[in-house]
Structure formats: structure tokens, C-alpha cells
Write a protein that binds this ligand. Structure first.
Ligand code: C5P
Length: 399
């Protein structure tokens, strides 16, 4: 299944480095050309001879190597995928910071291939805000992550931080490299909205919701990686890859305005944003004082952007909506799909643990106007994004 794929296997210096041997062997067994890149730290845990013997070529350990004058660009440019297992806090930090300190971090910056990192470290380090932030930043740039497991760690401690099972890592690699599907959206103009809108009450207060924008940003990143020309209209301050046209907005009205000119030319529109349904009729020009008593705020409906887009759609344009529900998921979503007149609806039960708003993970069901139903089990939002775009891609290929 991985026949002919060039995979750089970066191994950094954690006790889990011994498991990278198993990852290497399994990838080679699956037909991949595995190029081990070892950090200095990793070699305190496992000798290069093991990787020399089991990899598809002798391990690379430094920037100065007789085999090639510029090893990092050679390895980065020719890789189909760069896998880092285990990825230490140091490597994640350097990669997030764009710092090329050794061969592995140079390769990470010199590649345009998909990158999969598999962190492994002690629980205290894994939960440190710096590590969390670095991982969030890397995810927002399209880096794939296989999260560590919980279990026994070095020194007898027990907790989260153990490297994921080699079988899971290899399965994820296979999923990422499956077919050439990652370029199936080449040239497709895709507009995606993300995040919750904020409807001002006065200069300091607003009505908002819990949407983080992570699902919409994951869709934008995945679509761009698959070749689409992406416009992301978002209320979130999170970064996006340089090739994504980023439009930041705050209110439902601003989002509607941003879409006015952009939606018309889109081949696919994905409304992942949680747009407010109501907003204050009037915005107080000055901060409302507590001393004035409890204010009465009159609300009005916001324009239903999605329904408007569907009503004015171009022939062939595909429109995808979202439904965040807390009960009767399928029935409510099916009703919304019909009422809004769109092609697909992605529904999630936001009351379930780890699902929907604010989380890095989600679990959805995708309903099609053609009666199709697809359950996407609990997974990272990037994996959910991939499933949504697979359905979009299939829909586009239908006559
Ligand atoms: O009707 P409801 O708000 O539950 O529908 C959710 C879907 O409709 C989402 O795709 C959301 O982006 C979109 N929406 C919209 N304009 C609104 C409210 C929701 O486009 N005013």
C-alpha cells in the first residue's frame, strides 16, 4: 500500500525511540522507502546501526553528510511524507518556532510534503501550556498529529504521554498517503466560514457563542493541502497557511458582507461558522453603566446567510451547512438540510464529551440532499475535515 512512497522517519530523543524501530520495520514491510533521520538525543536511546539495518538507506544524523551536499533540502524536497516518532517537546517547539537547529528540524522546514508528528513525553511536559500552544500552532498550519496514549512511562510513572501504538502510527501514515486523493481539489474555489460571530451590545459587551473556529480552520487547511484555492472567512484569531486567503470578521453582518463578493465565484461553500441567530437592534454608543439599572436589550433576527446563499447559488455550486444540535441530531439536521435548500449538512451533537465547540476533536454525521448518510466516528478535526471534503469531492465528480 505504501509501495514506492518516500517516508522520512524522524526519531527524536525520548525513551520511546525504541518503538520507532518497530514503526520503521512496519513501514518497510508495507513497501515504503524509509529514510531514518536521527537526532543526537535519539542516539542515546537507540543506536544508528539498528536503523541502518532496518531502514531503506543508512540513517542520516547530521547536516554534513558525504552522501549529499545539502541533505536537508534533498530529504525534504523528495519526501512524500515526513513522520516524526517520537516527537519530543524540543522538536515540536523548534518546528513551531521555525528554528532549524539540526538535520531533522531543517528537513521539517524544507519540506512541502504532509508532516505527521507523534509526540511522546512525560505527562508534565505534555500538559505544559508551551507544548499545548506549539501543537495547536502546528495543527493550524496543517501538521497532522497522532496523540500519545495514557499508560506506563519511563521511570515507572503512569500518565498521558506514551507514544501511540506503532500500528496506529503506520495506519495513519497509510491513511494520509492513500491514493492521490490529497490533490483531488486542485483548482477548486472553496470558501469556508469559521468561528462564532460576536454581536455587540455596547463597545465592550457582545452576544457570542462557544464556537472556536477550529473545525472551519481544519477544513480550510485540508482543502488547501488538496489543491483548492481557499478563502477563509473567520472570527477566530488563529493563523492560517500562507496560501489561504484569510478574511477576519466579527459580526454576522460582516460575515454576510464578506461573502457577498466572494461566494458568487466559489465552486464550494462550507458554512462551518456558528452565526448568531439574533443580535441587539441597537448598539449603545457608550458602555452601559451598571448604575442605570438592568438594561432591556431588544433583539432582532440576523439574515440567514446560508439560506440566502442557497437561494442565489450558481449552477453546480455545492453548499455545505453545519448543524450543532443537543438533541434529536439526525431529525433536526435532516429538517435543516431541507429548510436551507443546501447539498450537505454536517451535524454534530455538541453536548457529547469532546465533540464540537472548542475541542480539537469531533464526531459528525454528514447528510446529503440525495439521501446519503455518512457517520464519521470520533476523531481529530482534521480527520473530520477530510471526511467532509471526501463527500464534497464525490459530489463534484457526479454528472
Ligand atoms: O439554523 P441554524 O443556525 O441552526 O443553521 C446552522 C447553519 O446555518 C450553519 O451552517 C451556519 O453557518 C448557518 N447560519 C447562517 N446564518 C445564520 C445562522 C446560521 O448562515 N444567521
Amino acid at each position: 500500500m505504501l509501495e514506492g512512497k518516500r517516508i522520512v522517519l524522524g526519531v527524536s530523543g525520548g525513551i520511546a525511540a525504541y518503538k520507532a524501530v518497530e514503526v520503521c520495520r512496519r513501514l518497510v514491510d508495507a513497501g515504503a522507502h524509509v529514510i531514518p533521520v536521527l537526532t543526537e538525543g535519539s542516539q542515546h536511546f537507540i543506536g544508528r546501526t539498528t536503523f541502518d539495518a532496518l531502514g531503506s538507506e543508512p540513517a542520516w544524523t547530521g547536516l554534513w553528510d558525504e552522501r549529499h551536499p545539502i541533505p536537508h533540502t534533498h530529504l525534504g524536497q523528495t519526501a512524500d511524507l515526513v513522520l516524526v516518532a517520537p516527537a519530543t517537546a524540543r522538536v515540536l517547539g523548534l518546528y513551531a518556532g521555525g528554528i532549524s537547529e539540526d538535520l531533522l528540524t531543517n528537513v521539517l522546514l524544507a519540506t512541502r510534503a504532509p508532516v505527521l508528528v507523534c509526540p511522546a513525553m512525560h505527562t508534565e511536559m505534555w500538559e505544559h501550556p508551551a507544548v499545548r500552544d506549539n501543537l495547536r500552532l502546528l495543527r493550524s498550519r496543517g501538521v497532522h498529529v497522532v496523540e500519545p496514549e495514557s499508560g506506563r512511562l519511563a521511570g515507572g510513572d503512569v500518565g498521558t504521554g506514551r507514544l501511540a501504538d506503532p500500528a496506529v502510527i503506520v495506519a495513519t501514515v497509510q491513511q494520509l498517503l492513500a491514493g492521490e486523493e490529497h490533490l483531488d481539489l486542485t483548482g477548486v474555489r472553496l470558501v469556508v466560514t469559521a468561528g462564532g460571530t460576536r454581536e455587540p451590545i455596547d463597545p465592550v459587551r457582545f452576544i457570542g457563542n462557544r464556537s472556536s473556529g477550529k473545525q472551519g480552520h481544519a477544513i480550510a487547511a485540508e482543502a488547501a493541502a488538496r489543491g483548492a484555492k481557499v478563502t477563509l472567512v473567520t472570527t477566530s484569531a488563529s493563523p492560517a497557511a500562507a496560501e489561504i486567503d484569510l478574511v477576519r470578521v466579527d459580526t454576522a453582518a460582516e460575515m454576510a458582507h464578506a461573502l457577498e463578493t466572494r461566494a458568487e465565484h466559489a465552486d464550494v461553500i462550507v458554512m462551518a461558522a456558528a452565526v448568531a441567530d439574533f443580535r441587539p437592534v441597537a448598539v449603545a454608543p457608550d458602555k452601559i453603566k451598571k448604575s442605570g439599572g438592568v438594561p432591556e436589550i431588544t433583539l432582532e433576527a440576523t439574515p440567514d446567510i446560508l439560506a440566502d446563499l442557497a437561494a442565489h447559488r450558481r449552477t453546480g455550486q455545492i453548499i455545505v451547512g453545519f448543524a450543532a444540535e443537543t438533541s434529536d441530531l439526525r431529525a433536526n439536521a435532516a429538517e435543516k438540510l431541507r429548510r436551507k435548500g443546501i447539498d450537505l449538512i454536517v451535524a454534530n451533537d455538541v453536548s457529547a464529551p469532546g465533540v464540537g465547540f472548542e475541542h480539537d476533536t469531533n464526531e459528525v454525521v454528514i447528510l446529503g440532499a440525495d439521501g446519503s448518510v455518512q457517520d464519521v466516528p470520533f476523531a481529530d478535526k482534521r480527520v473530520i475535515a477530510r471526511a467532509i471534503l471526501n463527500v464534497v469531492s464525490t459530489l463534484r465528480s457526479k454528472p
